[in-house]
Design a protein around this ligand. Structure first.
Ligand SMILES: NC(=O)c1ccc[n+]([C@@H]2O[C@H](COP(=O)([O-])OP(=O)(O)OC[C@H]3O[C@@H](n4cnc5c(N)ncnc54)[C@H](O)[C@@H]3O)[C@@H](O)[C@H]2O)c1
Length: 355
């Protein structure tokens, strides 16, 4: 079996998770790590088999010529590193959600990857949680009857959380293509955050199979009282003619079907979710017929839905998908959003939304 050479760029929280998971899997050789912060690299390298270290991603990629170019930088850095990955000759580029901050940059990334014919993967790894997989299995088994609704809520803000919510809602409704969306948004406090977002955004997705998607994300989204940890107050599920099934990111799962009422444990856990996410990269490189569950094309569908929801806020009314023209939705939102302070769904949100 081939061993795939990997470099990881951006050794913060998520880069460290990725590098550790590659290092732990014998299908990969972690050949290099990169960060603009040299102290971070020097601290990390001995725990990761002493790979080559560099503060310059392009120089490291040129020296190592990796099979996998992985980067885990903050969302303001995307297309430049996609370019470095393509130039390095990597067969697969793995990067973090969100795909980009604007549809203009997302479209550019798609065109770059398509032209270079490079495989790419985006880290929506929550789906490997036992509780996520259980809910997916129940929905896919047909136990809910004819699906009519998929939904996702999170109290965290859009550029952090909505990418996840939409990705899993689309996963729960694989037979439908998103055809249009409509949304509203409120609150400017997080527009200057490193994950720039309206404080609250909520909207509808119409799918080709008649299923309705409902996404509700940020300061106004409902509490998930079952989950104590604020960042994991996310509820994602599906309803059909015969019942419902839903996962709570930090609080297990539940389902009611014709056979009864069921529930189980599970909480998002990087240590458990990263190994299968990383393993599927080897599986896909081994065999084109085994695409990664978090492949770029599927992530891009969700990304377009998110950016179309933003456009609906800006332009009003329904927005048709797919998006054919790129736009800077964040700049347009800055113009559009009212100065009124966002209203909360619960007092606890005031701590995360002071602005
Ligand atoms: N999938 C998930 O569950 C999940 C969870 C948290 C964060 N994220 C995403 O992961 C991404 C990174 O978040 P994080 O929390 O790890 O951020 P972080 O701030 O901890 O790490 C980012 C690192 O990138 C480095 N960096 C910046 N510019 C660089 C450059 N030009 N070259 C090399 N290194 C550079 C920084 O020095 C820093 O160490 C974000 O897009 C975030 O949305 C995903």
């Amino acid at each position: 079996m081939e061993t795939y050479k990997v470099i990881v760029v951006g050794m913060g929280k998520r880069g460290t998770h990725h590098a550790a998971a590659f290092h732990a899997n014998p299908r990969f050789k972690l050949a290099g790590i990169c960060d603009i912060d040299r102290a971070r690299l020097e601290a990390a390298a001995p725990k990761l088999g002493d790979p080559q270290i560099s503060t310059d991603a392009r120089a490291l990629a040129a020296a190592v010529k990796p099979d996998i170019f992985c980067f885990c930088t903050l969302p303001n850095l995307r297309s430049d590193l996609i370019q470095v990955g393509i130039e390095s000759g990597a067969k697969l580029i793995a990067f973090e959600k969100p795909v980009a901050l604007t549809s203009a940059e997302g479209l550019k990334i798609k065109q770059m990857l398509d032209a270079a014919r490079v495989k790419a993967v985006v880290s929506h790894q929550h789906r490997y949680g036992e509780h996520y997989k259980k809910v997916h299995e129940i929905i896919a088994s047909g136990a809910l009857g004819r699906l009519n609704t998929v939904y996702g809520t999170a109290t965290g803000w859009m550029m952090h959380m909505m990418s996840h919510l939409i990705d899993y809602a689309l996963w729960f409704n694989p037979a439908g293509k998103a055809e249009w969306v409509m949304a509203q948004a409120s609150g400017r406090g997080k527009m200057t955050d490193i994950h720039p977002s309206p404080d609250y955004i909520a909207g509808f997705i119409h799918f080709s199979n008649g299923v309705r998607g409902i996404v509700d994300c940020g300061a106004g989204a409902p509490d998930v009282p079952e989950v104590p940890y604020w960042w994991r107050k996310c509820r994602i599920g599906a309803q059909g003619t015969d019942g419902f099934a839903e996962v709570m990111t930090g609080g297990g799962w539940r389902a009611v079907t014709k056979s009864g009422s069921f529930a189980g444990h599970g909480s998002m856990n990087y240590d458990l979710d990263m190994p299968p996410y990383i393993q599927e990269m080897a599986d896909w490189l081994d065999n084109d017929k085994n695409p990664h569950a978090c492949n770029f094309d599927s992530a891009y569908e969700g990304f377009q839905v998110m950016m179309a929801l933003c456009r609906s806020v800006v332009e009003g009314g329904q927005i048709a998908l797919p998006l054919t023209q790129g736009m800077d939705e964040l700049a347009a939102l800055k113009e559009k959003l009212s100065q009124r302070k966002v209203l909360f769904s619960m007092p606890e949100n005031a701590k995360e939304y002071p602005g």
